[in-house]
Design a protein around this ligand. Sequence first.
Ligand code: FES
Length: 105
Amino acid sequence: MSDFRKIARVEDVPDPGKMVFEIDERLIVLVHVGGDFFCIDDVCTHDGGPLGDGQLCDHQLACPRHGARFDVRSGKALTMPATEDTVAHQVKVVDGDVYVKLNVD
Ligand code: FES
């Protein structure tokens, strides 16, 4: 069971931009693009590459290791060599504070 946790201020993450955070020993990437925030695991499903070090292009984040692209809105794997989606987490913004709720069982 996970609740929303405040992890940043809106102005902490440039638009477009991204930042890696750790919650409960889990690394996540907070993405700011087009005025909206999204959050996915900092883990590429191909071979564990750090997505937070990858290049952001619109709503796609490319793994820095072999280039698989993920949709930051859903965690969906868009291109090879990744075939499995990564985990997307819920984000909300209240009074300029950014909150994330981990998607855990
Ligand atoms: S580890 Fe991400 S594409 Fe290979």
